[in-house]
Design a protein around this ligand. Structure first.
Ligand SMILES: [Zn+2]
Length: 45
């Protein structure tokens, strides 16, 4: 499965995630601070 590194621009949190989690974060925001995020916050590993 594809793994991504999510880096929140607002709180600086870095989280390793998979594709479905990426979709969830894109729609509901950062799981730590709830700031909305865009596709640029994800790096494919
Ligand atoms: Zn955050």
């Amino acid at each position: 499965m594809t793994t991504y590194l999510f880096t929140c621009q607002a709180c600086g949190q870095e989280i390793e995630i998979n594709g479905p989690m990426r979709e969830a974060i894109l729609s509901s925001g950062c799981p730590v601070c709830t700031e909305s995020v865009d596709a640029a916050a994800f790096e494919q590993e």
